[in-house]
Design a protein around this ligand. Structure first.
Ligand SMILES: *[C@@H]1O[C@H](CO)[C@@H](O)[C@H](O)[C@H]1NC(C)=O
Length: 343
């Protein structure tokens, strides 16, 4: 007996956006992120493993922010020992555990973390499915020193932030650091300390000091932080700005998982303001029994998740309502159950 289940999702408001999932194989795609927070100069072990199979003759690769090469192991060869291509930032600072390879352990050790090690690390087994076996969000906090006790000349201006432009769906934020020395690294972070990647930076110098402008386009309501870091003098300063996008609830996301009995549908709205009310409805418009919604709110911005289990073929809808602003979004999700006997 083999149960073949099919389902697809479509957004009613955007008829051109149709995203189809033809099979639900039940595989999880390792996109769960583990957050690790530490202070600079501390050592860290980033965990990763391939079940418990011997990986001595396998290949695994650790990347930072999907681009920087952190560590690669290939059938006994590694960086500085048969392989090249490691990012200079990690040279001589990253080690694997050779005696643990036979039990599938691909964890790495990073010596003396720095603020610039902040980022997302993924552990990839290129010849296995799923390829990504571990994702770690590493947050290295800078230790603030009392600058008045330092003799190094430096200037650490606080960033100034403004909201340059905004629609219902996005905002363009500007961060400006004027007259800094040494040259700071400037970043935009969201309230979970995730880096905003959609940025444009402009650096100019005058009288030996640096002026930096970093513009970021953001697409969810949140409190964003512009952080300026000057590692040489170990100085980190930041400035916050709150963004409330009216169209934020325009982006609910539906996911589904095979459950013991039927399919578990999950509707999630992130970063909405005001707080949305979610309901699941079937094709006839009946409200489905659902778990109590889980919500998380901070500074007037909410994320809400609502789950319901369904067992028959129907056209299900997740309706998100923000009464205060007369805003309703309907996301349709067709679930089709096909029972087939395959010998
Ligand atoms: C992998 O090895 C490291 C270092 O010995 C250890 O700390 C970690 O717990 C191991 N992980 C697993 C899953 O065994």
């Amino acid at each position: 007996m083999f149960l073949l289940q099919r389902s697809w999702t479509e957004m009613e408001l955007l008829p051109l956006v149709c995203f189809c999932l033809l099979t639900c194989s039940g595989t999880t795609f390792g996109d769960e992120v583990t957050k690790m927070i530490l202070k600079e100069n501390e050592d860290v072990i980033l965990p990763c493993s391939l079940d418990s199979t011997n990986i001595k003759s396998e290949t695994f690769d650790w990347k930072k922010d999907d681009q920087k090469e952190v560590f690669m192991y290939q059938n006994g060869k590694l960086y500085n020992n048969g392989l090249s291509g490691q990012d200079p930032q990690f040279k001589g600072r990253v080690f694997h555990f050779d005696d643990q390879l036979q039990s599938g352990n691909a964890s790495i050790f990073i010596n003396k973390t720095k603020v610039s090690d902040n980022g997302r690390y993924s552990c990839i087994f290129p010849h296995h499915q799923p390829r990504t076996r571990s994702i770690i969000e590493l947050i290295v906090d800078c230790i603030l020193k009392d600058r008045t006790k330092e003799n190094k000349p430096g200037s650490c201006p606080k960033p100034s932030v403004t909201n340059l432009d905004e629609t219902d769906d996005w905002a363009l934020l500007q961060c400006e650091v004027q007259g800094a020395f040494p040259e700071p690294e400037v970043q935009w972070l969201d309230s979970d300390n995730n880096r905003v990647h959609d940025v444009e930076q402009q650096v100019t110098q005058s009288e030996g000091k640096f002026n930096i402008i970093l513009n970021a386009t953001v697409k969810k309501s949140d409190v964003y932080r512009c952080v300026s870091t000057q590692e040489e003098i170990c100085h980190q300063v930041d400035q916050k700005i709150k963004v409330t996008l009216q169209g934020a609830a325009l982006n609910p996301v539906i996911t589904h998982h095979e459950a013991k009995e039927g399919m578990l549908l999950q509707c999630e709205v992130r970063g909405a303001s005001p707080k949305p009310k979610l309901v699941w409805k079937d094709g006839a418009g009946n409200i489905l029994p659902a778990d109590k919604p889980k919500d998380k709110g901070d500074k007037g911005i909410y994320s809400v998740i609502l789950k319901a289990t369904v067992t028959k073929t129907d056209n299900y809808r997740c309706v998100s309502t923000q009464e205060e602003i007369h805003h309703e979004v309907i996301l349709r999700h067709m679930c089709l159950f096909l029972n087939q006997t395959l010998d």
